[in-house]
Write a protein that binds this ligand. Structure first.
Ligand code: NAP
Length: 387
């Protein structure tokens, strides 16, 4: 099947090698467009076609589920039919996609009859229960939860990094493919081109993670708290036990006995699986910051051999899905707003690690939209590999 990957006219241009004035106008343009870009109003229509797959969205009412619909539209993803699935809470609600109204159905054991591809984003327990059940019925599952990421035999895919690991899996033939953790995807989009060029021996990661990573309810709470704090009210704390607005805190995932939380350990384990090596040392500190929807990460890389700054820039500027914003003169580097609603992962602050005597250390600062490239876009790109 021929995929038509047309750029969506409502996407900002990729700021690869932008000058400072064009960067400023690109940033202004992004800000101008963002509020006026409601879901499903993109002018490119998704490709309803008789020989496309039937696609189910599991968790369509959630933050990632809504983003699936936008990304499928933007990428003109071919489909024969769509099924919108969520919990009983959303059953009966209307969802608009590609100019048609769909009624959300409650997920159950019968939901996958005739479904070729299911995009899951309804939490790990739902994936564990319904993923294998769907796969047994011939549905090929692309799962956004952590349920199967480390399961042997389940490919863990970033399409720009390890598309070959998907093997012979195809739409409508069963099987489960896992989408990596959003922080892992964003880090590896930048680190993998360097790793492939010279080898990375050790990686020290610090994250600055957005509310969107904790779902729609966390985004709503950040907005509400911001208003409450500005109005001098006590902030509502239902999702996180702390005040989130005007604050930051260690990632809310469970803490392990070694003092690392689950998010940090996901980055360590998933990177080794995706790079197919145990010979890389990784440590991470994951922090939740009051940003709405894009993660930032600082990466300190110890390289297996010398790499100059200019060569690193050259490698990153030709990497798929990566854009550079690295303007030292104007102190202009990636921000979460640059990444928000955009496909690419933005990289800057590309500099030699001066704590080393050699040229085997490199620092990077990376921003990526974690609902998009960290979740929905990556999953849809995986689905494209199944066609
Ligand atoms: N947010 C991210 O950036 C991100 C990134 C990577 C992976 N993920 C993963 O994606 C999943 C969803 O995340 P999210 O941020 O989209 O969460 P969310 O905004 O809280 O949405 C959760 C979705 O799951 C549905 N759901 C909950 N219980 C269900 C049930 N019993 N049966 C069917 N559907 C059910 C909800 O439906 P109702 O509205 O009907 O309750 C909703 O559509 C999680 O596994 C998360 O770890 C999220």
């Amino acid at each position: 099947m021929q995929l038509q990957l047309q750029p969506c006219s409502c996407q900002s241009p990729s700021p690869r090698h932008l000058t400072s004035s064009s960067l400023r106008s690109a940033a202004l343009e992004q800000r101008r467009r963002r509020p006026s870009r409601p879901a499903n109003k993109c002018v490119v229509r998704a490709g309803k076609t008789a020989d496309g797959p039937t696609v189910a969205i599991v968790g369509v009412s959630g933050a990632v589920g809504k983003e699936f619909l936008r990304v499928l539209t933007e990428r003109n993803f071919p489909y024969k039919d769509m099924k919108m699935l969520a919990s009983a809470r959303s059953a009966g609600k209307q969802v608009d996609f590609d100019g048609q109204h769909y009624t959300v159905e409650e997920l159950n054991e019968q939901s996958f009859k005739g479904v070729d591809i299911a995009l899951f984003s309804a939490g790990g327990s739902i994936s564990k229960k319904f993923g294998p059940l769907a796969a047994d019925q011939g549905t090929t599952v692309v799962d956004n939860s952590s349920a199967f990421r480390m399961t042997e035999g389940v490919p863990l895919i970033i399409p720009e990094v390890n598309p070959e690991d998907i093997g012979s899996l195809k739409a409508g033939q069963g099987g489960i493919i896992a989408n990596p953790n959003c922080s892992t995807i964003i880090a590896l989009m930048a680190a993998t081109p360097i790793h492939k060029a010279v080898g990375i021996k050790r990686m020290v990661i610090s994250t600055y993670q957005a509310a969107s990573g904790a779902g729609q309810a966390a985004m709503d709470e950040l907005e509400l708290q911001t208003r409450e704090v500005l109005e001098g009210k006590q902030p509502t704390t239902q999702i996180f036990p702390f005040q989130y607005a005007f604050n930051l805190f260690s990632h809310n995932s469970p803490m392990g006995p070694n003092g690392y939380n689950e998010e940090e350990m996901k980055m360590v384990k998933e990177t080794k699986k995706i790079w197919k090596t145990e010979d890389v040392a990784i440590t991470a500190t994951c922090i939740r910051v009051p940003i709405m929807r894009a993660h930032a990460e600082s990466l300190n890389l110890e390289l297996a051999s010398d790499l100059s700054e200019s060569k690193a820039k050259e490698i990153l500027s030709s990497a798929a899905g990566v854009s550079l914003i690295d303007d030292r003169e104007h102190n202009r580097f990636p921000t979460p707003l640059d990444a928000s609603n955009n496909d690419d992962v933005y990289v800057g602050r590309i500099r030699r690690d001066i704590s080393r005597q050699d040229e085997c250390g490199l620092d990077l600062f990376v921003c990526g939209d974690q609902i998009k490239k960290g979740a929905a876009l990556n999953a849809v790109q995986i689905a494209e590999l199944l066609l």
